[in-house]
Design a protein around this ligand. Structure first.
Ligand code: PRP
Length: 223
């Protein structure tokens, strides 16, 4: 059996054409079913639905053979393990063979309209920054020599500058609509993000042929 870990939403939707190129059709609709293990047209392939931040953990410990997750999640996961960047993600038993070029967005710093971010940074003020991406934010501000107090949040980051919880946020930006709707402006572009394929290293040895077939099909079909 080959088990693929996916999360509902944009990554799932964007992954469907890649799955289809590998001849895999998911038979359950993730939006309506309560099932967490979805069957596919291939009896030897199943999809498990997990939270985006849990995809690396499932693949790392072999709960899934492979998974699709954002670079943001992967970097943050690597940092939880004491390292930084893609190399740390690599050192946790995850093989990262492909940038799938789907679910593209960016991680940015944003502040309230009218907040003088440049002046605050210039004056060496201590910024408070709310984010779900504590590791990425810490590394980014440290590299700029900006002192920050990081506040960990799990969602609705945009609220933080509006309520006075923080001066700035570090969050994903795709269309920019969420920032605009909440009167926030992007002041720094930290990095571009896209979804990555991650594979369990042991599974790649034990189930080499079927996994290679899927990896190659994804590679050939990515936008
Ligand atoms: C992300 C992010 C922003 C939004 C940006 O949230 O946290 O809120 O998308 O997209 P936009 O620039 O196109 O408006 P997501 O919907 O992934 O959910 P989350 O709040 O659980 O992270």
């Amino acid at each position: 059996m080959i088990t693929l870990a996916l999360s509902k939403g944009r990554i799932f939707d964007d992954a469907l054409p890649l799955l289809s190129a590998a001849g895999i059709r998911v038979l359950d609709d993730p939006d309506t079913t309560r099932k967490l293990i979805l069957t596919t047209n291939q009896p030897e392939v199943q999809v498990v639905l997990v939270r985006p931040t849990d995809v690396p953990t499932y693949v790392q410990y072999g709960g899934a053979d492979l998974g699709i997750t954002g670079l943001d999640t992967l970097l943050e996961h690597g940092m939880d393990w004491g390292g930084t960047g893609a190399s740390a993600a690599g050192s946790t038993g995850l093989y990262q063979p492909l940038d799938l070029q789907i679910a593209k967005c960016r991680i940015s710093v944003a502040v309230r309209e009218g907040f003088d971010y440049a002046a605050a940074v210039r004056q060496g003020a201590r910024l408070s920054v709310a984010t779900k991406y504590v590791g990425i934010a810490r590394e980014f501000f440290a590299s700029k020599g900006v002192h920050v107090d990081l506040i960990k949040l799990y969602g609705s980051m945009e609220l933080a500058p509006l309520t006075g919880l923080a001066d700035a946020i570090v969050d994903l930006v795709s269309t920019g609509n969420t920032l605009r709707a909440n009167h926030l402006v992007e002041v720094e572009h930290i990095m571009d993000i896209s979804a990555r394929l991650v594979v369990n290293q042991a599974a790649l040895k034990l189930k080499r042929e079927p996994l290679r077939r899927i990896i190659d099909a994804f590679d050939g079909a990515k936008p």
